[in-house]
Write a protein that binds this ligand. Structure first.
Ligand code: MTE
Ligand code: MO
Length: 318
């Protein structure tokens, strides 16, 4: 027998993740040759997820998805320390510092409204019902920076199917957790944070609920235990730490649209032709790079999503 069954592998042969990572790092450095020697291992290893430290948990390896981009990933460090999660402060470093106060268990998600089988899911029960995949997506913030993030998640459509949306459900509303004991009380936005999608956007195969990144359980600052990711829309559509998903018949109010209706519309599609009133959206800076790159229509996902907006005036429906 050439292939060992797991039971045949002595514990001494199971490589601890830290060692495995070091080995991978070593191979990357060696392979990079002169560049590796000049840059040093520190710079090269910035792109490998470090072994989970205290409070970090690896997920069983998710299936890769053909919907992933092959672009270079943004470093784990940037993805988890350069965040927008205004409930925990408005500086980019605030969420990583403060979101650890949020308790993630028990955590329930109510899926309610116009559905035949509305239901409250315990997060762990939900995780047993859905197949996890890795989806490497570009994330474009309205502030004109972008990242490439290897999410772990599942299609929102798989969850909605479970509750059987009724024909009258035209939109989906997402509500974030809000706890004034651990989050800001300043009315930076109207709390709880809320976002919305049209039903066809919600059911689109690119739309996922993420529960992890870089093969690990989602860090609190990135919206644990469950956050929306809609890769063709500005990052602010992706509500974090969701507690309720509502199927509704009218376009729901959204946090950013309420706060500044002239600046943030309901659709919020990444569109280089529609400037933010205070700055251009034509270019973006990928975190970790210095040069600016042109922003792509629908964040580069036009082939998959442009048809959803056929016949709509995207200057008016921004
Ligand atoms: N609840 C909540 N969700 C949120 C935000 C927020 O402030 N609160 N910020 C949004 C914005 S503006 C962006 S760009 C993304 C950032 O996600 P990341 O920090 O995981 O990169 O989260 C979005 N989801
Ligand atoms: Mo953003």
């Amino acid at each position: 027998m050439l292939i060992k069954r797991p039971a045949d592998i002595p514990p001494s042969e199971i490589t601890p993740r830290a060692l495995f990572e070091d080995r991978r790092r070593f191979i990357a450095t060696a392979g990079a040759g002169l560049a590796g020697a000049l840059l040093g291992p520190g710079l090269l290893s910035a792109h490998a997820a470090p072994a989970p430290g205290p409070g970090r948990t690896a997920l069983s390896p998710p299936a890769p998805s053909p919907l992933s981009t092959t672009e270079e990933k943004t470093s784990y460090k940037s993805v988890t320390t350069y965040n927008n999660f205004y409930e925990f402060g408005t500086d980019k470093a605030d969420p990583a510092e403060n979101a650890g106060k949020m308790a993630l268990r028990p955590w329930t998600l109510r899926v309610e409204g116009l559905a035949n089988k509305p239901r409250t899911f315990d997060i762990d029960e939900l995780l047993r019902l859905v197949p996890l995949e890795e989806r490497i997506y570009r994330l474009r913030c309205v502030e004109a920076w972008s990242m490439v993030i290897p999410w772990v998640g599942f299609p929102l459509a798989a969850l909605l199917k479970q509750v059987e949306p009724q024909g009258s459900a035209k939109y989906v509303e997402f509500v974030s957790h809000y706890d004034p004991k651990i989050m800001t009380r300043r009315p930076v936005l109207e709390w709880p944070y809320a976002e919305g999608l049209r039903m066809d956007e919600a059911l689109h195969p690119l739309t996922i609920l993420a529960v992890g990144l870089y093969g690990e359980v989602l860090p609190n600052q990135n919206g644990a235990p469950l956050r929306l990711v809609v890769p063709w829309k500005y990052g602010f559509k992706s509500a974090k730490s969701i507690v309720a998903i509502r199927l509704v018949d009218k376009q729901p109010a959204t946090a950013w649209n309420r706060a500044a209706p002239d600046e943030y519309g309901f659709y919020s599609n990444v569109n280089p032709e529609v400037s933010h009133p205070r700055w251009s959206q034509a270019t973006e800076r990928r975190i970790g790079e210095f040069r600016k790159r042109p922003t792509l229509m629908f964040n580069g996902y036009a082939d998959q999503v442009a048809r959803l907006y056929q016949g709509m005036d995207l200057q008016r429906n921004f």
